[in-house]
Design a protein around this ligand. Structure first.
Ligand code: URA
Length: 238
């Protein structure tokens, strides 16, 4: 059970003050009966709420898979455009991105308001695999592969910061152009981790895209900037 004004505010009906006014105007019905008290307790799981005759169903959690484009920030509020602003069909106002991708990074980003799920996916003890595709300036070698498998120092000599093992797959290397394409799977999410791992072996990430996170794989049909709701199967697998 919850207050009617909270029900409507959660579902994007306006601020708490605005929805109180709407309710007092008699525009809201619960199971066909007009209710004008904002504090009225409604059972969000079984009762039918309408505003101006339009049914509003309550959803506690929302889950979106976004193919993050370059140029937007992984935050809820910022002077620059945020990933949340890309979710136009959102009902809830309390959505946030699960983890961060750099402004220039593309790819899989889960957007939700389910704090429990986010905590489980991000907690270091869970060892959730994150797989990245990258284009690299430089020829990535078997030696880099072995170094990444052991862990590399992405800090300085004085202030060392070692990564946990990462699995590096070399997709192709163009000796003439001095460029490589790779996939890297890591379980951590240190600041600029992938870029700093390549810097540690004298190479530069030119383009970075996250391909998967745990059981969730970026939907190939989503172009950068596009999103969709998670399917039941994806949600269950998480
Ligand atoms: N590693 C990076 O360097 N950047 C990202 O956005 C994600 C992982």
């Amino acid at each position: 059970m919850m207050r009617l004004d909270k029900f409507l505010a959660d579902m994007g009906g306006g601020t708490r003050q605005e929805v109180k006014r709407i309710i007092r105007q008699g525009r809201v019905r619960v199971d066909e009966t007009a209710v004008s008290k904002p504090e009225y307790k409604v059972d969000e799981t079984s009762q039918r709420v309408t505003l101006d005759g339009r049914e509003i169903s309550y959803c506690r959690y929302e889950y979106y898979m976004l193919n993050k484009p370059a140029g937007v920030v992984s935050a809820t509020e910022d002077a620059c455009k945020t990933v949340i602003e890309l979710i136009e069909g959102r009902k809830r106002k309390d959505l946030f991105p699960v983890g961060r991708l750099d402004k220039d990074t593309e790819g899989l980003l889960l957007i939700t308001n389910d704090g429990g799920l986010a905590h489980r996916l991000l907690s270091p003890g869970r060892h959730v695999d994150k797989r990245y595709y990258a284009r690299i300036r430089g020829i990535v070698t078997q030696e880099d592969r072995e170094l990444f498998l052991k862990g590399v120092n992405i800090g300085t000599e004085e202030k060392q910061e070692w990564t946990k093992p990462g699995r590096l797959d070399i997709l192709c290397a163009d000796e003439e152009k001095g460029l490589s394409e790779i996939c890297l799977t890591i379980q951590e999410g240190k600041y600029h981790q992938v870029k700093r791992m390549f810097l540690a072996v004298g190479k530069e990430v030119l383009y970075l895209r996250r391909e998967s996170m745990g059981t969730l794989t970026l939907d190939r049909s989503l172009r950068p900037g596009e999103y969709r709701e998670l399917t039941e199967e994806e949600l269950e697998s998480l």
